[in-house]
Design a protein around this ligand. Structure first.
Ligand code: FCB
Length: 457
């Protein structure tokens, strides 16, 4: 069953504005390998992958796609695709091995070469400063539970921007602070593997403070920089058989934790009401200090949105269990990705128009900084083409309704290390043989190339 009734013929997709940017995304730990080369310090992922049972089949990112040594080949693939922009992440411990103090010039040199290769290929480098690979030395001091990490992040952002900012004009501070807080510190299924449940909340504030400090640092070094953040957002849905007032309250509570906890302070300079989580003190017990919200709410040049699927919730079966919602399964028989995630393109339209309704004039231009799907291994991937066509159609629908979307970065250019799933989930337009490093473009690669070309013609 096709996921969308739209045509996947690239020339029949809606026409996007001429200056819309077509891109692809990756992240350092997921592709680079070279885990302890050229002075790189260990990150929390280098540590976490060695914890028995943490990652499926004990996979690690030690080698990953070996992009550190093969980046020229990868840039050549991007050039073949005709990308306008490439979103990648800088590894903080490659640049500042212990997270503070001494800078490793060989780490900066690597990104220097990557940026130059991208510019030679006519591709705008769009780095993310933090995609979850915190220097282990900072985690040893408390990681993002500790306010100091935010200051260290601002200092590292300054180092990166001073070196690369003559050529890099679009910067993304954080990737998915919600997922890093909840998976990394709340449930312990990602690095650093801490299961603190709601005691993980300071991680939200300290990441956002770090975002604000990094924004100021990038702007000081690169006056014409555009600064974005990449938030993972989800429309929250109820099942038709669970729509009591308690279910509605559960949906609102989930929306607060997943979406508003991160978007409201950035766009409105205040946190949402957290009383559903037993928090009535606006300072969160002294975590939120005077002036922090002004730092966090510095105007953004764009809001990055990573979208994969909606979330269904119900009222909690056991309200005493701790969280004011239960996660639920949709009742509709949605097609599923290889990961088991439901394929719901119209959820992206709902998300984007919902952001416009909620934030109005405070919503900056939106960039889709991640969207894509895991599919079975192999070069023929019609389900990925359907997925991409469906979601691009959903973006076009939101743009028709007035949402200002400037670009699209598909996740991902390459098959890569998918966190706790190791190499079991394949998200790439390009298949990677992890034994040899061989890259082979899939049918979806050719489709995306044709799409970009037809949008330009
Ligand atoms: C997002 C992450 C990205 C990738 C995709 C599938 O949450 O930002 O690194 O793992 O999911």
């Amino acid at each position: 069953m096709p996921v969308t009734t739209r045509s996947t013929d690239p020339s029949r997709l809606p026409r996007f504005p001429a200056d819309f940017r077509w891109g692809a995304s990756t992240a350092a730990y997921q592709i680079e390998g070279a885990a302890d080369e050229d002075g790189k310090g260990p990150s929390i992922w280098d540590t976490f992958v060695r914890r028995p049972g943490a990652v499926r089949d004990g996979h690690t990112g030690d080698t990953a796609c070996d992009h550190y040594h093969r980046f020229e080949e990868d840039v050549a693939l991007m050039r073949r695709l005709g990308l306008d922009a490439y979103r990648f992440s800088l590894s903080w411990p490659r640049i500042v091995p212990t997270g503070a103090g001494k800078v490793e010039p060989r780490g900066l040199d690597f990104y220097d070469r990557l940026v130059d290769a991208l510019l030679d290929a006519g591709i705008e480098p769009t780095p993310t400063l933090f995609h979850w690979d915190l220097p282990q030395a900072l985690e040893d001091g408390g990681g993002w539970l500790d306010r100091d990490t935010a200051y260290r992040f601002g200092e590292y952002a300054a180092v990166a921007a001073e070196r690369l900012g003559d050529r890099v004009k679009r910067w993304i501070t954080l990737n998915e602070p919600f997922v890093h807080m909840s998976f990394g510190y709340g449930f312990g299924v990602h690095a650093p593997g801490r299961a603190l449940l709601l005691d993980a909340l300071p991680v939200a504030h300290h990441q956002l403070l770090g975002h604000g400090l990094a924004t100021a640092a990038v702007r000081a070094a690169v006056p014409d920089a555009q600064v974005l953040i990449a938030n993972n957002c989800t429309p929250v849905r109820l099942r038709s058989d669970a729509r009591t007032d308690k279910d509605t309250a559960a949906a609102s509570a989930y929306d607060i934790l997943h979406n508003r906890l991160f978007n409201d302070p950035l766009l409105q300079g205040r946190y949402p009401d957290l009383s559903a989580y037993g928090m009535s003190d606006p300072s969160w017990g002294g975590v939120v200090r005077d002036g922090d919200l002004a730092t966090i709410a510095a105007p953004l040049d764009g809001l990055g949105i990573n979208y994969y699927n909606p979330t269904w919730v119900t009222a909690p079966a056991d309200p005493a269990a701790g969280l004011p919602f239960d996660l639920a399964e949709p009742e509709e028989p949605y097609e599923r990705t290889a990961f088991g995630w439901p394929v719901v393109p119209d959820g992206l339209t709902e998300l984007l128009t919902g952001l416009e309704e909620r934030y109005g004039a405070a919503l900056p231009p939106v960039w889709i900084t991640e969207n894509g799907c895991s599919q079975p291994a192999g070069l023929d991937d019609p389900a990925r083409i359907d997925y991409l066509a469906g979601h691009l159609g959903a973006i076009a629908d939101a743009m028709d309704r007035g949402v200002d979307v400037r670009g699209y970065f598909t996740w991902s250019l390459l098959d890569n290390f998918e966190w706790a799933e190791g190499y079991h989930q394949r998200f790439g337009l390009v298949e990677v043989d992890f034994a040899t490093g061989l890259r082979t473009p899939r049918a979806s690669f050719e489709w995306y190339r044709d799409l970009i070309a037809s949008q330009r013609s």
